[in-house]
Design a protein around this ligand. Sequence first.
Ligand code: SAH
Ligand code: DHB
Ligand code: MG
Length: 227
Amino acid sequence: MNAGATDEQTWRHVDSYIDRTLGLGDPVLDAALKASDAAGLPRIAVSASQGEFLSLLARLVGARRILEIGTLGGYSTICLARALPQDGRLVTLEFDPRHAEVARGNIAAAGLADRVEVRVGPALDSLPLLQQERSAPFDLVFIDADKVNSGNYVRWALELGRPGTLIIVDNVVRDGHLADVGSEQPEIRGSQEAVELIAAEPRLRGTVLQTVGGKGYDGFALALVGE
Ligand code: SAH
Ligand code: DHB
Ligand code: MG
């Protein structure tokens, strides 16, 4: 593993070493992927090691209330919800009712149905409703839906968070296209807007972490809400 050590085959090889050695991608998560495949969902969930990273971040901030935007089959949902205390709560927003149905099954099979609520609809419709409920602020927000709106979702995370809330945005690096200044591709603009907002918004401090692995070359934006 030296020559060509940057190719995707190597990244996949190392991901599988990490998963095997750390015991990630356990039977419950594997079953969730299997059920998602069987239902014809796209294979775009976070990887096992990324899921554990999300879970670790939720534990680090002591999250009791988590908001997720973009559920798919509930893989990342399960990873995040596992970090919650018994009386914790996770609300996850999903546009596609078919995805939501598969996710509900996977979440129930993971024994997390008591902590997780899947809400169906375009997130930009669900978010104002969530705000109207005036429930306690979210401690962590994971943004992983339509990339064109990633910047808008960071803005919503600020609305629904509090000082100390951690905001995580998936898929901002997109094979390096994040750095395509002047790009007219809406998904890239969305990712750039999320990062630009972290810079422009005085209440946010954060960074972008580039990642490689079985899912290719991508990265997370991470931002902490301050006063
Ligand atoms: N977080 C998941 C992957 C999410 S994939 C995981 O890692 O396991 C992105 C999901 O966002 C898809 O299920 C898609 O249907 C959903 N989505 C796309 N546009 C949306 C919107 N406007 N509102 C809510 N969900 C949306
Ligand atoms: C895609 C979406 C994701 O959330 C992801 O992590 C990877 C790929 C996609 O739409 O292709
Ligand atoms: Mg993603």
